[in-house]
Design a protein around this ligand. Structure first.
Ligand code: 173
Length: 318
């Protein structure tokens, strides 16, 4: 039977119209699904998906069991996934600049105003084929956690678990370093493969590391960066309405970063209750320790990226 022309036309154009209406983005997380990072992401995705019905949907694929953390950056770059919740330290294999975000001394909300985010996006577009959607962790220093006591900032003879975040600093303090994904820290501590690890002030309970941790070294240093990044081609393929929706919710997510101030206070209290002792230094030594972290951190970024290191330093520093 011959179909009327209008019916044939409807069959041909219907899928195109549907495509223009709703897109689904595939999302992975470099951090475990029970972390506060992913919990906060879930609240964000729920709101976006509610408003995005018929326009844009986020589909969470999974955490480190679905994809190893150090492969997530490349998966976003090549478009194997569309969006990732990750940290720059996990994709320095793509570009050294990724690790510079730990050195920000201004909150993301301020970097949106002073040109810092524009610079980040220029570099992320150009070198990683990524859009930097939002920073979702801010106001959170990193610390050194230990199973053995030290009385000065000298890590010689100690083996410390690292990522690129801590490598140059801990090596400058004399440590022997071992890079692992977060999922391997517990076993490394349990087997005595490492005598400590770097991690933010929050989150050590998520993977039960408190069971194997005796000391936290103060002060903290740097500013833990976790963010949502997206494949640039996918971003460009979205409609104006889809981009606006994603931007609106990403900015709102970023504006909630004050959350971390209170969360970190609670985590400090929890560490104390778990019997984790604080190792501190005198004021002058603490300042040297803290300053050394930044000096070593920037020296390394600028050496690896003579073009972008200096302008990043200018916009990120206080
Ligand atoms: O220690 C790490 O695995 C790491 O680099 C990191 C970065 C940001 C948040 C949490 C951990």
């Amino acid at each position: 039977m011959k179909k009327p022309l209008w019916l044939a036309a409807a069959f041909v154009f219907a899928p195109l119209v549907a495509l223009g209406q709703e897109s689904t983005l595939r999302v992975v997380s470099a951090f475990a699904e029970n972390t506060q990072y992913v919990k906060n992401y879930e609240a964000f995705a729920k709101k976006l998906n509610a408003e995005g019905k018929g326009t844009l949907q986020l589909n969470f694929i999974g955490g480190p069991k679905a994809m190893p953390p150090f492969e997530v950056g490349n998966a976003v770059r090549t478009g194997v996934v569309d969006v990732a919740l990750t940290t720059g330290a996990f994709y320095t294999n793509i570009m050294p600049e990724a690790d510079a975000l730990k050195l920000t001394q201004r909150p993301a909300t301020e970097l949106r105003k002073n040109g810092g985010l524009d610079l980040i996006n220029k570099i992320w577009n150009e070198k990683a084929n990524m859009v930097y959607l939002a920073r979702i962790v801010d106001y959170s220093p990193f610390h050194l956690y230990l199973t053995k006591k030290i009385d000065k900032p000298d890590l010689s003879g100690l083996k410390i678990r690292i990522t690129p975040v801590y490598r140059d600093f801990f090596q400058a303090l004399g440590a022997t370093v071992v890079q692992t994904a977060p999922g391997e820290v517990y076993t490394a501590l349990e087997r005595g493969v490492v005598d400590g690890y770097g991690w933010p002030i929050h989150g050590i309970f998520d993977l039960n590391w408190h069971e194997k941790t005796k000391f936290r070294v103060d002060p903290g240093f740097y500013n833990a960066e976790v963010s949502l990044v997206m494949n640039l081609d996918k971003w460009k393929a979205l409609t104006r309405a889809q981009r606006d929706l994603l931007t609106k919710h990403s900015v709102a997510f970023e504006q909630q970063n004050d959350f971390w101030k209170k969360y970190n206070e609670e985590e400090i209290r929890r560490q104390k209750e778990a019997g984790i002792q604080v190792i501190g230094f005198d004021a002058a030594t603490s300042k040297q320790y803290y300053d050394k972290a930044y000096d070593v951190g920037w020296a390394s970024i600028i050496k690896a990226s003579p073009a972008y290191g200096p302008p990043m330093r200018k916009l990120f520093s206080k």
